[in-house]
Design a binder for this molecule. Structure first.
Ligand code: ATP
Ligand code: MG
Length: 275
C-alpha cells in the first residue's frame, strides 16, 4: 500500500504564503515623497506644505496629497474650501492652488465631520486618493502622512511605489522614541529614508539668544545612529505658524524669509537625491 504523504496542496500553500504586494506607482508624477513621523503634532503637515513650495521655488512641478484621513489639515494649511470635481464619476480632478495640485479627504467631507472609519475603509480611501486622482505632469508629489505606524503607513509602504520618506521630529526624547519606530518600519518595508528633519529645533528670541525648548541634538544623533542623512534644523518661528494659519505657506508667500531659505536647502538635497 502506498502511503499518501500528508501535506498542503499547491493552491493552499499559495493562499497561506506571506502576501507579496504589487507596488503601484501614483500616475502623473515622476517621484513620490512621504513626509512622516511616528509621533503626532511634531509639524509634519507644516513641513510638508513648506517643503512642497520650496521645491516649487527651485523649479519643480508639485502635487500635495494629504493622506491623513482622520485629521486632514491641507484644506486649512493652504486655504482650500471647494470640492474636487469628477468628469466621468470615476476619477477626481485635483484642486489647484498656487500652481500646486492638491488632494485631501478634507476636500470631500465637511470640516467638522468626524471620520469614524475602520482600517479597511482607510485603506480604500488611501487607494482612491492615489489611484483615482488625475495628477498631471508632476515632478514630485509630497504626501503628508498621519502620525503613527498604522494602516495608512502600511498601505503606502506595501502597496504604493514610493521613492523616499522624510521623517520629521522634534528633539524631545519622547518624539525620538517614535522616530526609531518609524525608521524601523520603513527599513523593514524597503522604503528609502531620505533623511531626518529636526523641527521646532530652537527658538531665537528678539535678543538673538537661542533657546532649545525641546532639547538639543537628539534628531541629529538619531540620524547618525541609524546611518541616515540629517537634513537640517527648522526653528520654532511665529511666521511659520501665522503663515499656515492664514492658508498661505511661508515658503510660498515669502521665499526669501530666513526660514524659507532653510527649506530651500532641504529642497535642493531632495532634488539631487531624486536625479
Ligand atoms: N517650525 C515651527 N514653528 C512654529 N510653529 C510650528 C512649527 N512647526 C509646526 N508648528 C505648529 O505646530 C502645530 C502642529 O503642527 P502640524 O499640524 O504641522 O503637526 P503634525 O505633525 O502634522 O500633526 P499631526 O500628527 O496631528 O498630523 C501647528 O499649530 C503648527 O502651526
Ligand atoms: Mg498633520
Amino acid at each position: 500500500m502506498t502511503e499518501k504523504k500528508a501535506g498542503l496542496s499547491d493552491a493552499m500553500k499559495e493562499k497561506l504564503a506571506p502576501r507579496k504586494f504589487v507596488k503601484n506607482p501614483i500616475n502623473g508624477t515622476k517621484h513620490t515623497l512621504l513626509i512622516s513621523s511616528a509621533k503626532g503634532g511634531v509639524g509634519k503637515s507644516t513641513f510638508a506644505v513648506n517643503i512642497a513650495f520650496a521645491l516649487q521655488n527651485i523649479g519643480l512641478k508639485i502635487g500635495i496629497l494629504d493622506a491623513d484621513v482622520y485629521g486632514p489639515s491641507l484644506p486649512k494649511l493652504i486655504g482650500i474650501n471647494e470640492k474636487p470635481q469628477s468628469k466621468d464619476g470615476k476619477f477626481l480632478i485635483p484642486i489647484e492652488k498656487f500652481k500646486a495640485q492638491c488632494m485631501s479627504m478634507g476636500f470631500l467631507v465637511d470640516e467638522t465631520t468626524p471620520m469614524i472609519w475602520r482600517g479597511p475603509m482607510v485603506i480604500s480611501a488611501v487607494k482612491t486618493m492615489t489611484e483615482k486622482v488625475l495628477w498631471k505632469d508632476l515632478d514630485i508629489i509630497i504626501i503628508d502622512m498621519p502620525p503613527g505606524t498604522g494602516d495608512t503607513q502600511l498601505t503606502f509602504a506595501q502597496q504604493i511605489k514610493v521613492d523616499g520618506a522624510i521623517i520629521v521630529s522634534t528633539p524631545q526624547d519622547l518624539a525620538l522614541l517614535d522616530v526609531k519606530r518609524g525608521i524601523e518600519m520603513f527599513d523593514k518595508t524597503g522604503v528609502k529614508i531620505l533623511g531626518l528633519v529636526d523641527n521646532m529645533s530652537f527658538f531665537k528670541g528678539d535678543d538673538e539668544k537661542v533657546y532649545n525648548i525641546f532639547g538639543k541634538g537628539g534628531v541629529e544623533e538619531t540620524a547618525k545612529k541609524y546611518k541616515k542623512k540629517f537634513l537640517g534644523k527648522i526653528p520654532i518661528h511665529k511666521d511659520i505658524r501665522e503663515a499656515t494659519d492664514k492658508g498661505v505657506p511661508l515658503t510660498q508667500s515669502n521665499p526669501n524669509h530666513e526660514v524659507s531659505l532653510i527649506f530651500k536647502k532641504i529642497a535642493e538635497i531632495i532634488k539631487q537625491d531624486f536625479q
